[in-house]
Design a protein around this ligand. Structure first.
Ligand SMILES: CC(C)(COP(=O)(O)OP(=O)(O)OC[C@H]1O[C@@H](n2cnc3c(N)ncnc32)[C@H](O)[C@@H]1OP(=O)(O)O)[C@@H](O)C(=O)NCCC(=O)NCCS
Length: 177
């Protein structure tokens, strides 16, 4: 277990001109699947898992259900999304479950804008702590860099968790003192 120390400060969203982050809508369902299937790292089973979560959110609304944010450019087209929510059996710990940005929209602050709004909303609901589970593989290096840039620290590694050579890395950030 390593603790690199989490910063309490997120990067400013100054690079995010022209981006709008709001609650996702039911009509975003297909676009969210498309974002995953064209991501270069997620496949059909991942997209189906996310779709099940998305459908459950609308069909069985619950106060502790999944939350979804969409980030769009000036034409309202979906550039990326995030799914987050509370972590059961914890006191005010939140979990960022999924984040994905269209390949052609990467490097323009979409991911940062989504994560900052996720943190802001969790804080507004008295969130105390946020965790993100991710992979150690090269394909997830941009995600790990994003989490660090957003003030998350890598706290723990479980070797070979996903498969041999693919470890689980847990990032965390305290949302309030
Ligand atoms: C990870 C991902 C969401 C980042 O989205 P993005 O919109 O490209 O990220 P941003 O432009 O907001 O980047 C914000 C910061 O993250 C870091 N970062 C993002 N991509 C990076 C990359 N390829 N290399 C290094 N740092 C990177 C940088 O610190 C960046 O700040 P900077 O632009 O000031 O240098 C995107 O690459 C993606 O969708 N990847 C595939 C899906 C995925 O891995 N999801 C996470 C699964 S756990």
């Amino acid at each position: 277990v390593t603790d690199t120390g989490a910063s309490s400060q997120a990067l400013p969203a100054s690079a995010a001109h022209g981006l709008t982050v709001i609650d996702a809508r039911w009509t975003d369902r297909d676009a969210i699947s498309d974002v995953l299937l064209t991501s270069g790292i997620f496949g059909q089973s991942d997209a189906e898992c996310v779709d099940d979560m998305f459908v459950e959110t609308w069909q069985k609304p619950r106060p502790d259900g999944y939350r979804w944010l969409r980030c769009a450019g000036p034409d309202d087209g979906l550039l990326g999304f995030v799914c987050y929510g509370t972590e059961s059996l914890t006191q005010d710990t939140w979990d960022l479950f999924w984040i994905c940005v269209r390949p052609q929209a990467r490097g323009r602050g979409v991911g940062r804008t989504l994560i900052e709004e996720t943190v802001r909303r969790a804080q507004a609901e008295n969130g105390r702590f946020m965790v993100i589970y991710t992979s150690s593989t090269d394909a997830y290096a941009p995600a790990r860099a994003l989490y660090r840039a957003a003030g998350f620290a890598q706290n723990a590694t479980i070797p070979d968790y996903y498969k041999d050579g693919d470890s689980l890395q847990i990032f965390w950030r305290r949302l309030r003192v």
